[in-house]
Design a binder for this molecule. Structure first.
Ligand SMILES: Nc1ncnc2c1ncn2[C@@H]1O[C@H](COP(=O)(O)OP(=O)(O)OP(=O)(O)O)[C@@H](O)[C@H]1O
Length: 609
């Protein structure tokens, strides 16, 4: 599922929001539910205390007009006590809200992570499906904002029906039905104006979020490629380009602020008119003579109480309006992303083939040897012998953005012991063939079947860009395994050291200070491209797959080093499928697949069997 339209407040939105609620409250016994219930209790108590605090000024009017010293003393003590209780409860409310925020952020982010890293969703979202901008920002920043907003607003929203009913009743008591109707009418008018003013702001907020992400991404791009940029002495151009992104962001922010100005005028007018309205609604029964029998002190107390009740009722309504703004602003887009991605229904080419069985096998790295294996994608009804890695049948494929076929009707079997070299001009689709074999892209026609598993003892891909993750040297070597072998395993240490030596990186160990030394640098910044490629080969030797697919994996090495590494691969029993431009690669392979462009290809023998 790729996202193609902007978020709307519709039925789909409600469904997605419910999905989020399910993640936040997975079961009744869940810690979040308990915390939320406590928060609800505390918020309710705060409301009760606030009501008492709100009545204090009116009581002061009475006591002061009576000049009663004894009552004044008691009232002061009562007021101080209420204020202490109020501040304690409010602080508790804030504290529980913060805890709830952390707990919700954990649940929501972990849920998103589990979908994002499932299969190859992260690849699909970042490379193939461009309809979601900056997924990283959605996961890190938007989730944070949504959880913060919800933890502060949710409990208040839930108790708002009670507070609204109670204060409506109080307002009706002191100012009659005119008071209640005027305030309700005022709220309706305020909401309509608010809705009109907020309309253009929502879409602009979404745009601003996108530009914010783009600006941050530009800085990240420079951070990751600082050395390359420095070689080009690209400071000036990068300065200009980064400033351009900043300008775009700031100009959107400025337009947003211009539009927000009218919203602020509306909101502030609404707030201050509300306080005057409270006096107008009490003025009506006073002028009508309903309270003629009251003393000036009692009348002041009534006006004060009525002002508090009316203003608080307006405040309750204002909170509801604020919440609708929050929902359409932050939650709108975030829910769109979280509800959509979190549902785990992002279309992912090849996932059917790789998941869940293949993924499990890939990560657990326990591929049985010497068995007949069931194909992942069963276009053949027969079982395929275990000495075969891929069966391609009239396979045609193209790039996702083009209609032109890169390769047409390719039929081929890749079997154990037959090393294959794939060559061809730039852009003829060599790496794309690997994407198809790996299930990252879908073929247009024909079929491709992987008849062995991913990972150790199956197939391992070394991509064109050597990828080093964060972590220790050991973690680089055992990648993508997580912790199959305990870090204290000495046998494992011996193997790792042996392979580091074999690829000519023993000095790295001395430099870093050990296999498990924690590093805080980015490996890409401290290793040369050749060292990175060598480290990837150490990884390959450590994992010892039956089939190694190498995409220009030796391009940064000398021919001599390349020869040594290929020899070591073969000694370890690997069958090689290589992509590359160097003619020296031919001698390490048995067959050669040449991609000629325009869908054409040819297969030739390099060595006699
Ligand atoms: N993610 C992508 N989205 C759209 N088009 C892509 C994507 N990746 C690659 N392409 C396009 O697909 C075509 C084949 O690319 P591929 O990477 O397979 O080339 P190649 O033969 O490996 O080239 P090289 O020898 O330079 O590595 C190219 O035209 C490329 O621009």
């Amino acid at each position: 599922m790729c996202f193609s339209s902007r978020p709307k407040l519709d039925w789909r939105f409600v469904q997605r929001f419910c999905r989020i609620l399910k993640i936040l409250f997975p079961s009744w016994s869940n810690q979040s539910v308990r915390m939320f219930m406590t928060l609800l209790g505390v918020t309710l108590s705060v409301q009760l205390v606030i009501y008492q605090v709100g009545l204090i000024p009116s009581q002061f009017y009475v006591v002061l007009s009576e000049k009663n010293y004894g009552k004044l003393k008691n009232l002061v003590l009562f007021a101080v006590m209420l204020i202490l209780i109020n501040s304690t409860l409010k602080s508790l409310d804030q504290y529980i809200s913060s805890l709830l925020y952390v707990s919700w952020r954990k649940s929501l982010t972990e849920e998103l992570h589990s979908t994002y890293f499932k299969g190859r969703v992260y690849y699909t979202l970042n490379v193939l499906c461009k309809d979601i901008d900056n997924p990283d920002q959605r996961i890190s920043q938007d989730v944070e904002r949504l959880c913060k907003q919800m933890s502060t607003m949710a409990s208040r929203l839930l108790i708002s029906p009670f507070t609204v009913t109670y204060y409506t009743y109080q307002c009706f008591n002191s100012a009659g039905w005119i008071g209640f109707v005027s305030i309700f009418g005022y709220f309706v008018v305020g909401s309509i104006i608010n809705k009109i003013l907020i309309g253009p702001i929502v879409s602009m907020l979404v745009e601003q979020e996108k530009l914010e992400g783009d600006f941050r991404f530009k800085h990240m791009q420079i951070r990751v490629n600082a050395e390359s940029a420095a070689f080009y002495r690209a400071g000036k151009v990068e300065h200009m380009r980064t400033n351009r992104r900043l300008q775009m962001l700031l100009s959107t922010q400025r337009s947003l602020m211009n539009k927000e100005l009218w919203l602020y005028v509306g909101v502030n007018t609404f707030d201050y008119l509300g306080s005057i309205l409270s006096y107008i609604v009490i003025a009506i029964p006073i002028f009508a003579g309903d309270y003629d029998g009251l003393t000036p002190g009692e009348l002041s107390a009534l006006v004060s109480k009525n002002a508090f009740v009316c203003i608080y009722l307006i405040n309750c309504f204002t909170q509801l309006i604020d919440l609708s703004t929050t929902v359409s602003d932050v939650a709108g887009y975030t829910t769109y992303f979280i509800g959509g991605v979190g549902s785990g229904k992002v279309h992912e080419p090849g996932l059917e083939r790789g998941t869940p069985e293949a993924q499990r096998r890939y990560m657990s790295a326990r591929c049985p040897r010497g068995h007949w294996r069931r194909p992942f994608l069963s276009f053949l009804s027969l079982y395929v012998p275990a000495d075969m890695a891929f069966v391609l049948d009239r396979l045609s494929y193209k790039s996702p953005v083009s209609e032109e076929l890169l390769v047409k009707d390719l039929t081929l079997k890749i079997s154990q012991g037959t090393h294959m070299l794939v060559v061809g001009n730039t852009g003829t689709g060599k790496t794309s063939l690997l994407r198809i074999l790996n299930g990252l892209w879908e073929p247009c026609n024909g079929s491709v079947e992987m008849t062995t598993c991913f990972g150790p003892r199956g197939v391992l891909f070394l991509p064109q860009k050597a990828y080093l993750t964060d972590g220790t040297l050991r973690e680089q070597v055992i990648y993508p395994l997580k912790n199959i072998y305990p870090s204290s395993g000495s046998i494992d240490d011996e193997r790792i050291l042996k392979y580091l030596e074999l690829v000519g990186l023993s000095n790295l160990l001395t430099r870093i200070g050990g296999l498990d030394t924690k590093v805080d640098w980015n490996w890409d910044d401290v290793l040369s491209p050749g060292e990175m490629q060598r480290l990837c080969f150490a990884r390959l030797f450590y994992l010892q797959p039956k089939y190694a697919v190498l995409d220009e994996a030796t391009s940064a090495l000398t021919e001599e080093a390349e020869g040594q590494l290929y020899k070591a691969c073969k000694q370890l029993g690997m069958t090689l499928i290589s992509l590359g431009h160097r003619s020296t690669l031919k001698k390490h392979h048995d067959i050669m697949l040449r991609l000629c462009g325009g869908g054409q290809w040819e297969l030739t023998k390099l060595k006699e069997a």
